[in-house]
Design a protein around this ligand. Structure first.
Ligand code: GCU
Length: 679
């Protein structure tokens, strides 16, 4: 039975195909090694109801006994030979013989990940005698971003209040933080930023002694699980906190202020990963205020952190949010590239740019940002959103690895269809290689809060797990991850199979009943849940679809705003031509008449009607499928998810009817299939 709190680490009695020895030989190591050993014994207890009793130092000279061996690769390989390759940074190897179990990490983190993977595979029934596996994370940086505010609210949070803060201060239950760190580490996460990128009110005080003292407690828990923390800072801190007249990054007083501040921060958190910075974005202060570049701003902070080994993660979500809807030449989609491509190569070695996956803002479907593939001399990572801001607020089910898989498969260069010549996003992910378009990892805004099940919608747990797995290995498919998560959470059962099926239906359904064909921003302004078809049409945010009675969409080709020209020449060609542009993005790149004939031979308008009817029907099917699980699930879980599916259906109905009515009113053209469209 599912205990929602335990996420994908359920306490479940399984029948193992192997014997678990009574003794653990472990290498002496630091606190991560100790944690790994503890996780092993606790995990065996959780799954088998008993655990190895004795822990003996691996160097005790008794290693001929039947045992579990936990340690670092050089030590373990003295005891057994592996046929798989030596693990790389943070990787591991696992080997099971008739008598022994060996788990060897490249480093302490690798050992911890190896233990967690062993336990998952044991729970999935995939461990047998002769088993051997070597695995190394593809992305060095697997980051979770919290948008938690110090008053306890979470920006774009849909699962209760903050795990970390309340009423302007740190306020956390240490056990819960430990459990959280365990879950994150078990999914492969190695960095967490602990506060919102919009650093307001008391969050500005996080870099003062009073607050840092408390932050050390949080950092210490995460540290045991191999997770280093980032702090989001406010670029204006020198004046808002330090009472200096400015925050000009070239002002010696400002430079000195940050150097001193960095020294103070690292005194408390010596292994701080660094700063995360949202500057000159949506009202946040930044270097533009002083006519300085983003390289000036980021490098100044990077110099302050450099002596302590910290990095600056600098967000590229920089655009003019005071746009005039009347001006058709200005296109927000162009902003990140325009702001950052000219600065390629101008950032210090410890600056990493964090680029949202698409040029807009976590929409249901957007093209991959053209900065990927274009930045060749600047370290960078990709930002995703696990929290369902535009994808249903964790009321609607929307299984996100589905769209992430598409992002990972996007070929940034596109040189024909020959596999050898493909440069997909996932091929670019890996350790920093200077002078290449390499992406050093992923960051994602998390979907957890104080709700008992962490994510509000129980099935949204799959998005958190999926993100971790995908960051570890960007070649995993959404289907593989869904299967793994469902079986870990619900046991190897028919229910798990159905849940996997529901997960896989959910993203296509959500896309269809909300905003298919890459149209974007038809949501209710502000909240971003439910339809608000013209909600952003006349606003300052620069996200318009410009539907009139003949056509819809923005021409982003060279003849229009020119956004397509930011891509590699081949991709620009593909996107610029409506006959080659992927249809799920066609309205992102083109302004099309409603009678434009799509690939299925139907008009664009008919496709709009069809997708909305279909999406609604698919939401109804998910609800029905869920109802078939009534007797196989814990009643609480069944009911809470059921009520979310009911709310989702109501939302889908609103989307379907409002959108269809809207276009019917614009065009006066009826649905060819004669379905009900309200007048
Ligand atoms: C979106 C979101 C904001 C957030 C911003 C960001 O615009 O709606 O709440 O602050 O992204 O990524 O910084």
């Amino acid at each position: 039975m599912l205990n929602e709190y335990d996420l994908w680490m359920q306490k479940r009695k399984i029948t193992a195909a192997i014997n678990i020895p009574e003794i653990v030989f472990a290498q002496d190591g630091g606190e991560i090694t100790n944690q790994a050993v503890m996780e092993f014994t606790n995990g065996i207890q959780r799954l088998l109801g008993f655990s190895p009793k004795e822990r003996i130092n691996i160097n005790s000279g008794q290693t001929e006994r039947q045992a579990v061996f936990l340690g670092l690769f050089p030590e373990i390989k003295k005891l057994v030979s592996f046929s798989c390759m030596e693990p790389g940074a943070e990787g591991f190897v696992i080997k099971v013989t008739e008598t022994n179990i060996y788990i060897a990490g490249h480093d302490e983190r690798g050992l911890l990940y190896g233990v967690f993977r062993f336990l998952s595979l044991l729970s999935l029934g995939q461990i047998s005698y002769g088993f051997e596996l070597g695995d190394t994370p593809v992305s060095p940086l697997r980051i979770i971003n919290h948008w938690d505010n110090f008053d306890g609210t979470i920006e774009r949070g849909y699962a209760g209040n903050s795990l970390f803060y309340k009423d302007g201060h740190f306020d956390f239950e240490i056990q819960r933080i430990e459990d959280y760190a365990r879950f994150l580490a078990s999914a492969g996460i190695n960095r967490v930023s602990i506060n919102n990128v919009n650093v307001r009110a008391n969050a500005k005080l996080l870099i003062t002694e009073e607050y840092l003292k408390e932050a050390t407690v949080l950092a210490a828990v995460f540290r045991r699980f191999g997770i280093r923390i980032f702090i989001s800072i406010n670029f204006g801190a020198p004046y808002s906190l330090g009472k200096l007249p400015s925050a000009d990054p070239l002002d010696p007083a400002v430079i000195m202020w940050w150097k001193n501040r960095a020294a103070l921060i690292f005194k408390y958190i010596p292994d701080l990963a660094g700063f995360l910075v949202k500057a000159d974005s949506e009202g946040e202060p930044g270097p533009f205020q002083y006519n300085r570049t983003h390289a000036d701003g980021a490098n100044m902070l990077a110099e302050a952190l450099e002596p302590f080994g910290g990095v600056v993660i600098w967000r590229c979500f920089v655009y003019n949010c005071q746009q005039d809807w009347r001006d058709k030449n200005f296109d927000r989609a162009c902003a990140a590239y325009n702001n950052f491509k000219p600065l390629d190569g101008k950032f210090n070695k410890n600056v990493i740019l964090q680029i949202k996956f698409g040029p807009y803002d976590f929409q249901v479907r957007e093209p991959v940002s053209p900065l990927f593939g274009a930045l060749k001399n600047t370290r960078h990572i990709m930002e995703l959103q696990i929290t369902q801001e535009y994808t249903g607020h964790q009321i609607d089910l929307c299984y996100l690895p589905w769209v992430w898989e598409d992002i990972m498969n996007f070929d940034v260069i596109k040189t024909g269809n020959d596999e050898k010549n493909r440069y997909r996003v996932r091929d670019l992910i890996g350790p920093n290689k200077e002078g290449t378009a390499n992406i050093e990892g992923l960051a994602a805004v998390v979907n957890v809060g104080l709700d008992r099940n962490w994510t509000g919608h129980t099935l949204a747990q799959a998005n958190l797990y999926g993100y971790g797995r995908l960051a570890w290995n960007p070649s995993l498919t959404a289907k593989e991850i869904a299967g793994e998560w469902s079986a870990l959470s619900f046991g190897a059962s028919q229910a798990a199979q159905k849940i996997e099926e529901i997960l896989l239906k959910s993203y296509p359904a959500y896309e269809k009943y909300t905003s298919p064909f890459g149209i974007c921003f038809m949501v209710t302004p502000g909240s971003h849940y439910g339809p608000g078809i013209e909600g952003y049409e006349f606003s300052r945010w620069g996200t318009y679809h410009r539907a009139d009675l003949h056509a819809i969409g923005i021409d982003r080709t060279a003849k229009g705003t020119g956004f397509t020209e930011q891509f590699s020449a081949d991709n620009a060609g593909i996107f610029s031509d409506p006959s080659t542009c992927p249809q799920n993005l066609i309205l992102f790149f083109h302004r099309l008449h409603y009678d434009f004939i799509m690939k299925n031979g139907q008009t664009l308008l008919q496709n709009i009607y069809d997708t909305h009817f279909e999406g609604y029907d698919e939401a109804a099917q998910m609800l029905e499928l869920w109802k078939t699980l009534k007797d196989s699930l814990e009643s609480d879980v069944y009911k809470s998810v059921l009520s979310r599916f009911e709310r989702q259906l109501a939302n889908a109905r609103e989307w379907k009817d409002q959108i269809n009515t809207y276009f019917w009113r614009k065009t006066g053209i009826s649905d060819a299939k004669g379905r009900k469209i309200y007048e």
